[in-house]
Ligand binder design. Structure first.
Ligand code: ZN
Ligand code: ZN
Length: 330
């Protein structure tokens, strides 16, 4: 039997066309007082997916007051310390926080050895499945998939697409009233694509009152990468691209040599992909004022925003294709 809290979580959590992105750390390489190391917690269709797990992610989860027992998977983009040194502590804490459902940890080749050596507990309290990432669908959730694909960094690296399945079309209330369709289970059957016969004998086709399916949310996470065609292609018409912007274009050579992107390059990717929104993260700690990065990106892609630690972005599908995004600091 579900508790009241679980019931409310269940009803809210499954909301189609709704996601929450919480930035745990937005720095790179080494933390600063304000910016810890990468980790973006995505809540979609009731599940949590953690993209990267830099040192300190578990403290940010506590600070944000998030209950992550429904964490379904942790995806590590590549095996640089800033993206995975938070794993051992978080994996052990999850069990102590009461997690009982299985957890998948996926990362490039070497992730299994890392976990084997770094996680010393032989009973976490839940089933831990550790696997090497391969391109393609790596997590299949209830109403969404997560797809991994290789990008270009100085080590074997992946980026991820969180892709929600198509959403049901809009229910046409006015037409339903005209046709005498009562509220309740009949409407749910029509929304589920089933024909129904009214007590008058009239057969109603779903298409009479339900609009065409709408696109589910598409959220892309770049990991660490220099600009590449693979990322542009996979980000096509994304609602949000969370992209690394380690450097300003004034440090373009350094970005190139270290396999990173500048804010300007991230903006070109978002523009070429015809994305709706770009959120920058993974900033070098040399920049005191990130306005420089924001302004250079906005010259190319106006809908660019800077992330900060404990920023929560609530994303909702509006109409056929647009989104409504609300920014909160936790
Ligand atoms: Zn990094
Ligand atoms: Zn890296």
């Amino acid at each position: 039997m579900l508790t009241k809290a679980e019931k409310s979580r269940k009803s809210v959590s499954g909301t189609p066309g709704y996601a929450e992105l919480t930035f745990m750390g937005t720095g790179s390489a080494t933390p600063t007082g304000e910016r810890w190391l990468p980790g973006v917690l995505v809540k979609i269709r009731g599940d949590f997916i953690l993209l990267d797990c830099g040192e300190g992610v578990q403290y940010r989860i506590l600070k944000a007051g998030l209950k992550v027992n429904r964490l379904a998977a942790i995806l590590v983009a590549h095996l640089h310390g800033d993206h995975l040194y938070g794993l051992p502590g978080l994996l052990e804490s999850l069990g102590m926080w009461g997690k009982t459902s299985p957890l998948k940890v996926l990362g490039p080749a070497g992730i299994e050895e890392f976990i084997e050596h770094a996680v010393l507990s032989d009973n976490l309290g839940y089933e831990l499945v550790v696997e090497t990432l391969k391109p393609g669908v790596v997590v299949s959730g209830n109403g969404y998939d997560v797809i991994a694909f290789p990008v270009k960094h100085i080590v074997n690296s992946f980026a991820f697409v969180v892709l929600e399945h198509d959403l049901p079309g809009k229910f046409n209330e006015e037409k339903a009233r005209e046709l005498g369709i009562p509220a309740g289970p009949i409407r749910r059957q029509l929304l589920a694509g089933k024909k129904v016969r009214l007590h008058t004998g009239r057969l109603i086709e779903p298409s009479e009152v339900v609009g065409p399916p709408r696109k589910g949310l598409k959220i892309v996470y770049s990991g660490d990468t220099m600009p590449c065609a693979e990322l542009i292609e996979a980000s096509s018409k994304a609602d949000i691209i969370i992209h690394e912007a380690t450097f300003s274009s004034y440090n373009g050579v350094e970005a190139y040599v270290s396999g990173h992107s500048t804010a300007l390059e991230a903006a070109y990717t978002a523009s070429a992909a015809k994305a709706k929104m770009l959120i920058l993260q993974h900033f070098s700690n040399r920049y005191r004022d990130l306005d420089l990065l924001l302004q250079e990106a906005r010259q190319v892609f106006e809908e660019t925003y800077l992330s900060r630690d404990l920023l929560k972005v609530i994303v909702k599908r509006q109409g056929e294709e647009s989104i409504n995004a609300t920014f909160q600091t936790l």
